[in-house]
Ligand binder design. Structure first.
Ligand code: SF4
Ligand code: SF4
Ligand code: FES
Length: 651
């Protein structure tokens, strides 16, 4: 472990740590642009100069590319180093347009911070600035090439890290150009990371440009809800509208990056047409009136048909809090049925994962990245867990063998960022003793015996799930029982349903009475239900989700519930004639328009109380209570060992 001294502070770091990172570990930030912990070192910007006063290396050095060594004495404030940084930043800024007031990166721009930190505050250059033509890069990323300071982060991410081939660097000397080889939409499904990784405003999120400044946003740590990987994000909202979603570092789950689906698929959160008011027989009503009515409908139905023909149905869109209370709600109506899954295949896959995986055989991001042999088994990786494709690429670049099993016609559909060998069965994959082997299985139908065999054979397993919180559904099905809705419905065992954020197949609900429906989106079930209760989405609520590897992660409310100001119904402007032109609203109300939504678990708690159950303040109780205080900024915890009384360890 090298021991060195940085600015008179003794530092001990792991072998291979750069001087820049060693300084960072004791709270000293050395100005830098090209360095990024996730990318290979380029030492391209020359801004991170420090002076080595004593030890094995001497003089001015680039701290990002210099490994810390025993006996080094480093000064980050030596006048010679400061002067070098000052000159470097002045030259890097020579052609920069200085358009900060109109640049959408203003307020969150590393260039601004490090220009000042580097000591450059006055422009001396009198010549003509070099200018570039910008390119159209598609509907999501805006290009403003004049702001580039040639740090090469974008191209190192796009080509080297993400395996993209349509973007790169051309030119030479003072005319180095970063863009597509031909104008057009960026092809990589990870292209949105250019926004986060470019330290200046060359790439900005076109879907949210000029809507707000960084300090205007409401934001909080969150977890992506588009697939079961559970990547960490920070949705940024302004005036009740989620404008941008950016990646958040979690080395256990997603590293630094997120996929484009997570970043750009956000329109549904802001949709003014989203149901936001409680309804009783089609007419809007107070929320508590609707909950009373739902309880009455349930009582009436049970009295007429018996509890066994009533099902409480949820889905993997529910938070863990909602899922645990759904089981309690079903128990309150003694004899009723509980469903976390719409169909048998989803239920079987998630229950198999909950049963098979444990602390030792469940692979996480690091296991995939370090694997020597990876089998992709019956899945569409880019659809079911895009960020894991980048983890497989990392392993591939380090020499891992990749096999695609049972993949036809997947290779044609997926543009995977690595090459692989197609084989017909898992038996053909040469896992040598299982060590550092990983099988990534999709959420669809698979041979449980085979997975069982693999799980006991030493290869680690990824079992992707059919929804963001389906693993929780599997674990709770093991704990409380539960059937697939389709199985019950097609067997004619249920006549009535109360559903929470569940997508019930249209064909199966024709002959079923929907007593009440709670959801944040419209559905056939919602239209049919006499009682409708609007719920909050994941950006408007606190909650917990369990990802494919059994990791519980907490997400926080990132904005208040309610209609986005931009989507406000004209009625909220107090005039029907030129409502939209009249801005801001001239009606002053205490309530947030459309802000009646409640978290699904709170609706369930109120229903439990109305149905004669106990009052519930805290949804995570019993063995789940250990997750209550999970740090949303932390790495999350694997639930396998945490949960005492785990049904998988009980015979
Ligand atoms: S476009 Fe951005 S990331 Fe790429 S080289 Fe220029 S400043 Fe660096
Ligand atoms: S891989 Fe899945 S969880 Fe991660 S960012 Fe993409 S959609 Fe979200
Ligand atoms: S950060 Fe060290 S040279 Fe760019």
């Amino acid at each position: 472990m090298p021991k060195l001294i940085i600015d008179d502070i003794p530092v001990e770091v792991a072998p291979g740590t750069s001087v820049l990172e060693a300084a960072r570990s004791v709270g000293i930030t050395i100005p830098h642009f090209c360095y990024h912990p996730a990318l290979a070192i380029a030492a391209a910007c020359r801004l991170c100069a420090v002076k080595l006063l004593d030890g094995p290396v001497k003089g001015i050095q680039m701290s990002c590319s210099l490994p810390a060594q025993d006996g080094m004495v480093v000064s980050t404030t030596d006048p010679e180093a400061l002067r070098m940084r000052q000159l470097v930043i002045e030259w890097l800024m020579m052609n920069h347009p200085h358009d900060c007031p109109v640049c959408d990166e203003g307020g969150e721009c590393l260039l601004q911070d490090f220009t000042i930190a580097g000591g450059h505050s006055r422009r001396r250059y009198q010549g003509k600035k070099r200018t570039f033509q910008n390119q159209y890069l598609g509907e999501t990323i805006h290009h403003e090439m004049n702001r580039c300071i040639e740090c090469y982060r974008c191209v190192r991410f796009y080509q080297d890290y993400a395996g993209g081939t349509d973007f790169g660097v051309t030119g030479s000397a003072g005319r180095v150009y970063f863009g597509r080889f031909q104008e057009g939409a960026l092809e990589s499904p990870f292209s949105g990371n250019l926004v986060d990784i470019c330290p200046t405003g060359v790439f900005t999120d076109k879907t949210g440009r000029f809507r707000a400044r960084y300090w205007d946003y409401e934001f909080a740590p969150s977890v992506c809800q588009h697939c079961s990987v559970g990547c960490n994000t920070a949705p940024q909202s302004f005036q009740r509208e989620t404008i941008k979603i950016v990646g958040r570092r979690n080395d256990q789950v997603n590293g630094w990056f997120i996929c484009d689906r997570a970043r750009f698929d956000k329109g549904y959160l802001n949709d003014p047409q989203r149901p936001r008011e409680a309804r009783l027989d089609g007419a809007t009503c107070g929320y508590d009136v609707a909950i009373d009515a739902a309880a009455k409908e349930i009582d009436k139905f049970v009295a007429q048909n018996g509890a066994e023909s009533l099902a409480f149905v949820g889905s993997s869109r529910l938070s863990l809090e909602g899922m645990t209370l759904l089981a309690q709600l079903a128990r309150t109506v003694d004899g009723s049925r509980l469903c976390y899954f719409g169909n048998e295949e989803e239920l079987a896959g998630s229950v198999a994962a909950a049963r098979l995986l444990h602390e030792k055989n469940s692979a996480y991001l690091g296991d995939i990245e370090k694997a020597e042999c990876i089998a992709l088994y019956a899945l569409d990786l880019m659809e079911e867990g895009p960020m894991l494709a980048l983890a497989v690429r990392k392993a591939f670049l380090a020499g891992a063998q990749i096999y695609l099993v049972d993949g036809d016609p997947i290779p044609a559909r997926q543009k995977l960022p690595f090459t692989f060998t197609a084989v017909a069965t898992l038996d053909e994959v040469p896992f040598e003793g299982g060590g550092r082997g990983v099988v990534i299985a999709g959420a669809g139908k698979k041979d449980a015996d085979l997975l069982d065999q693999l799980a006991s054979g030493g290869a680690k397993l990824v079992m992707l799930q059919p929804g963001p919180n389906a693993m929780a559904g599997g674990l709770l099905t093991l704990e409380f029982g539960g059937q697939a809705f389709s199985e019950l419905a097609s067997a004619g065992k249920i006549k009535g349903v109360v559903c929470f954020e569940a997508d019930l197949p249209d064909g199966l609900i024709a002959d079923i009475e929907i007593l009440a429906c709670a959801d944040w989106r419209t559905s056939a079930a919602a239209a049919k239900a006499p009682v409708f209760l609007p719920t909050t989405t994941w950006v408007e609520s606190d909650g917990t989700a369990i990802n494919y590897e059994g990791r519980a992660q907490r997400f926080q409310r990132t904005r208040v519930p309610g209609l986005p100001l931009r989507g406000l119904d004209p009625k909220y402007y107090g005039s029907t004639a030129d409502a939209v032109a009249e801005h801001p609203p001239r009606l002053h109300r205490r309530e947030v328009p459309g802000g009646a939504e409640r978290d699904a678990w709170r609706v369930m708690a109120q229903l439990i109380e109305r149905l004669g159950g106990r009052t519930i303040e805290e949804p995570l109780t019993g063995r789940w209570s250990k997750l209550k205080d999970l740090d949303p900024e932390g790495e999350g915890v694997r639930v396998f060992n945490l949960l005492q009384g785990d049904p998988r360890t009980e015979s």
